[in-house]
Design a protein around this ligand. Structure first.
Ligand SMILES: [Zn+2]
Ligand SMILES: [Zn+2]
Length: 174
């Protein structure tokens, strides 16, 4: 997982019910929170917790679970026959990561940067606007051909300098 917000992790109980051999890989920071049953990052803020628990019949501790692998910056992963590098990009959440395909130049940035010059929110639990800016700067230095963000549309062909341009549009807010 790129991070553990509920809109990304909500289906985990169903996944483990239907695919018992599935493994949960998440950055060490949010991995430790999940194992401890600290669900503040999962829900992001108290109001969302109340709303989501009511709407989806969730209870405290539903996301306390075993994390099979705690990812760290620089880890090299083989997924789907492809090689990916883990890049720790905190800011949207403390344990946000991107997966970067060194060969195919595909970037999976979670909720840190989207198409159409949008970026993820930076006001939830564990978020930090300055870290968000630094993470965008780090991503802007990569050669990215395809962007697969956590929401909205995929960018099949990323124009050169796209992340840098996006970051410049947001710099003064961060
Ligand atoms: Zn998120
Ligand atoms: Zn999301």
């Amino acid at each position: 997982m790129t991070h553990s917000h509920l809109d990304h992790s909500g289906c985990l109980p169903e996944v483990f019910r239907d695919v018992p051999d599935a493994e949960l890989w998440v950055h060490a920071i949010e991995g430790a929170q999940m194992e401890e049953g600290d669900e503040r990052t999962i829900y992001g803020m108290a109001m969302f917790k109340i709303m989501c628990q009511g709407q989806y019949r969730l209870k405290d501790g539903d996301y306390k679970m075993k994390v099979h692998r705690k990812l760290e910056d620089g880890d090299e992963l083989k997924i789907g026959g492809m090689d990916w590098t883990v890049i720790h990009i905190p800011g949207h959440s403390a344990g946000s990561i991107a997966l970067y395909g060194n060969v195919n130049r595909v970037l999976i940035p979670g909720d840190v940067v989207y198409a159409d010059h949008a970026i993820g929110r930076y006001d939830l639990h564990g978020a930090d606007p300055v870290q968000h800016l630094n993470s965008l700067t780090l991503l802007s230095e990569l050669n990215v051909k395809m962007l697969l963000p956590g929401h909205n549309r995929i960018m099949g062909r990323v124009p050169e300098g796209y992340i840098k341009e996006t970051l410049e549009q947001w710099r003064h807010y961060l």
